[in-house]
Design a protein around this ligand. Structure first.
Ligand code: HEM
Length: 589
């Protein structure tokens, strides 16, 4: 309030502003608007006054604190920035009524989902691009963009975003190959992806380009491919399954309780990946244990960081971050918690390594440390990135998998038949031979990919194979969800959940898995940056499916005919959770 009253005194307008207003050739209304904008912003003179006040007051309260000085200088920076932002506020002031008019009048009360035959490329307006259409679509953006891909020539179209940002969206395998492999170095994650995640992920593999990425990729791929890591992952999954997940499901079945299965699968994946990444048991799935502080902080950091991508004007979150308010304040606290926790584990392991010259644990962090990568920031960032990569992807895949099984009991029967042929806790070699289950998982991720859209930023001008011109700085997005639904790739029956499209009968009468090339099915991305955890993910998912379906049937409690909504933040989710009942299978005992 104090600041507002200082700022809004018209006498404080500096000479420059008076000149701007005087020289504005347009009507007095426009002059009035400019005058108003400048009056609500601080003049440099008042910034100085406010600086002084803040400085004196903080000094008085905390005479010996460095924090006082830091805060003081931060405030100076923010206030100066606010003054520099005057044209931006002016812009907002002029266009907001326009936006309000469009969104509140003729566009209201229309069915947000248009039938496929009248899907069109959205209209674009100066400055705001297709913002109105994007806003109207709300949380069905993925499906809507997918519908547009389906009707676009060469399955590619150009979306104009607010403030002149242009995004090419494609479902064309040739273009996917072009951006992910042929011209790999021209299509990077870029500033618009890296910047919103950098507070949380630092320069970890998931959030790096160029040499920083290349080095981590080399180090990590070596570790991912070891037999001993596979064995370790197998043990971790088995333990989490038999000691935690199955008892929870058995109890729910016995008590006829409804479970949010999406939440359960996410907790399972979190425990699992923490154990594999840095040997820590987060105990996130165990209902009796107080929720792990680390897990809660990690979830919060992921959620707020991913919401930064949704902000139409990134400046909004940047100002909030500079002021350390609201969600940005919570993010800062969560990130500090995650980083401190991870660094403590790193330090403990380093101490152990120094004392014993070897580490007993075989998790990824221990492997990096024993192979000589001891820089604290480097290993912390890479481990935090691994957790993000492995945390919600397998759970997203399995949530939709169990949903599809509930609609396709024939497929479930086939899977159960395959499982019953294996031992109760199948080892890696057995899991590897569960081809029908593997095909069913691929088929489920075709329709509901855990990462439904992925964008790259053009480093330089380029032309895509279909002739689309790409300018430096533009985003090129491959739409995985749309690609799984293209008739040109999957045929007329693309909407059917049919694991058999991934299988071939061989002479012995057994199934043989027939994969698709990774540019046609880029669920795990493709090219040099393809997912490092693909094999690990399949092993985990197949073991879980085997463990669960051997004993239980998962029955959704949603009303007949209701389709859950597919949404996505960094990875996909079922909107509102996945409520299910667990039924003990009669054949088990
Ligand atoms: C069904 C499960 C999974 C799916 C569908 C999946 C998909 C993907 C996709 C699409 C990317 C590229 C993301 C991008 O560059 O923007 C990726 C990268 C990555 N994934 Fe996975 N992932 C899965 C599970 C896992 C697991 C369990 C791990 C284990 C840690 C993992 C580790 C990684 C890593 C380290 C990267 C970064 C690779 C790089 O940038 O070089 N993923 N994954």
């Amino acid at each position: 309030m104090m600041y507002m009253s200082l700022w809004s005194n018209p006498k404080n307008l500096n000479r420059k502003v008076r000149k701007v207003v005087k020289n504005t050739p347009s009507s007095s209304t426009v002059q009035g608007i400019i005058l108003y904008i400048y009056t609500i912003l601080p003049s440099r003179q008042h910034i100085r006054q406010i600086q002084l006040k803040i400085y004196l007051q903080t000094k008085k309260l905390l005479p010996n604190s460095d924090f006082a000085l830091t805060t003081h200088w931060k405030m100076i920076e923010i206030l100066l920035n606010l003054q520099l932002l005057a044209p931006f506020f002016l812009f907002l002031f002029l266009i907001l009524p326009l936006l309000f008019f469009f969104s509140s009048s003729s566009f209201k009360n229309k069915d947000p989902v248009q039938p496929k035959d009248i899907v069109t490329i959205p209209k674009s307006y100066p400055l705001i691009g297709s913002y109105l259409a994007l806003k109207r679509i709300g949380n069905r953006r993925i499906q809507w963009l997918s519908d547009i891909v389906q009707i676009s020539p060469a399955a590619t179209f150009t979306l104009r975003r607010p403030l002149g940002r242009i995004q090419v969206i494609t479902g064309n395998p040739a273009t996917v190959e072009h951006i992910l492999k042929t011209r790999f170095s021209n299509y990077q994650k870029g500033y618009s992806f890296i910047n919103p995640l950098s507070d949380f992920l630092g320069t970890g593999i998931f959030n790096a380009d160029g040499n920083t990425w290349k080095f981590q990729r080399q180090v990590a791929s070596h570790e991912f491919n070891t037999k001993s890591l596979r064995k370790f992952v197998e043990q971790v999954v088995d333990a989490e399954l038999s000691d935690r997940l199955l008892p929870i499901m058995a109890l729910a079945a016995q008590q006829d309780r409804t479970l949010d299965f999406q939440d359960i699968l996410q907790r399972f994946a979190f425990d699992n990946i923490c154990k594999i990444a840095f040997g820590y048991d987060a105990e996130y799935l165990t209902p009796s244990v107080e929720r792990s502080k680390f897990a809660v902080a990690y979830e919060e950091a992921t959620e707020i960081s991913s919401k930064r991508f949704r902000e139409m004007f990134p400046l909004v979150w940047k100002v909030k971050r500079a002021l350390n308010i609201g969600s940005e304040k919570r993010l800062r606290m969560a990130v500090r918690e995650v980083h401190e926790f991870a660094k403590n584990i790193v330090r403990e392991k380093k101490r152990e390594l120094k004392e014993k010259e070897t580490l007993e644990s075989v998790d990824m962090l221990s492997r990096f440390l024993t192979s000589g990568h001891s820089d604290e920031d480097f290993v912390t960032d890479i481990v935090i990135s691994f957790i993000l990569a492995g945390k919600d992807t397998t759970s997203a895949a399995l949530t939709w998998f169990f949903w599809l099984l509930s609609k396709n009991r024939r497929v479930e029967k086939e899977i159960v038949k395959e499982i019953m042929d294996k031992s109760e806790a199948p080892v890696y070699d057995e899991v590897k031979h569960m081809v029908y289950t593997h095909a069913a998982l691929c088929e489920s991720m075709r329709l509901y990919p855990p990462v439904p859209m992925d964008s790259k930023e053009a480093v330089d001008d380029d032309v895509l194979p279909d002739g689309t011109v790409v300018k430096k700085g533009m985003l090129v997005t491959y739409h995985v969800y749309a690609m799984g639904r293209l008739e040109s790739i999957w045929g007329e029956d693309w909407a059917e959940f049919k694991p058999e499209r991934w299988l071939e009968k061989v002479e012995s009468g057994k199934w043989k898995f027939v994969g698709k090339d990774s540019f046609t099915y880029p669920v795990f991305q493709a090219g040099p940056r393809m997912c490092l955890g693909k094999d690990m993910a399949f092993m985990q998912m197949q073991s879980m499916v085997a463990g669960i379906l051997r004993r239980f049937t998962v029955v959704p409690t949603v009303a007949e005919g209701v389709e859950p909504n597919f949404i996505s933040f960094l990875s996909s989710q079922m909107e509102g959770g996945f409520p299910v009942k667990i039924i003990e299978r009669e054949t088990s005992n």
